[in-house]
Design a binder for this molecule. Structure first.
Ligand code: ADP
Length: 160
């Protein structure tokens, strides 16, 4: 049977429990999930690419089916390059939905063989975002409740 690969693209600046839950819940649906850290978008990241990759690798170290890569092309082009037929995204609320549906629509236009699959956040993770984690850290507070238990992030990790 053909291997089904999903691409989970994002900035992961940094990875949160919300991202982790989306990947872990999608694992039974796919043969492989590629977590792809975008490094050429308009978004300026706060944490270095190396740090973001390291934290994602530590988070999913126990899963053989999870791969972590960086990419700087259009998401659908990258999907084709790595043979991913699915784009995985998470939805927290209606603003995520408004934003995501436009991207999904455009991606469909660009590559109709690639489907976007959405998973709803778990209620406990609904308020978690990378930006909130960054904000809390910037005040020197502990963020361990919001990030995967496999990693530690401190204010020292902010890019110089
Ligand atoms: P992007 O910069 O592409 O928005 P993010 O790293 O912010 O990338 O998010 C990647 C994906 O994870 C997006 O689909 C986003 O909606 C989803 N996501 C982010 N936080 C959560 C959360 N707490 N629960 C579920 N999904 C989430």
């Amino acid at each position: 049977m053909e291997k089904q690969t999903a691409l989970f693209p994002g900035s992961f600046d940094p990875i949160t429990k919300g991202h982790q839950s989306i990947v872990e819940r999608a694992l039974p649906m796919f043969d492989k999930i590629i977590v792809a850290v975008g490094c050429n978008t308009a978004k300026h990241s706060v944490f270095s690419l190396d740090k973001r990759i390291e934290w994602i690798k530590q988070t999913f170290a126990k899963y053989d089916k999870v791969e972590v890569v960086t990419f700087d092309s259009l998401t659908v082009d990258f999907c084709r390059q790595v043979g991913a037929k699915y784009i995985l995204r998470g939805l927290r609320n209606s603003s995520d939905f408004q934003y995501e549906r436009n991207i999904a629509r455009i991606n469909q236009e660009l590559a109709e063989e690639i489907e976007t699959v959405f998973l709803m956040t778990k209620p406990d993770d609904a308020a978690i975002s990378s930006s909130l984690v960054r904000e809390i850290l910037s005040f020197g507070r502990d963020v361990s409740k919001f990030i995967p238990k496999e990693i530690t992030i401190s204010a020292e990790d902010f890019k110089k």
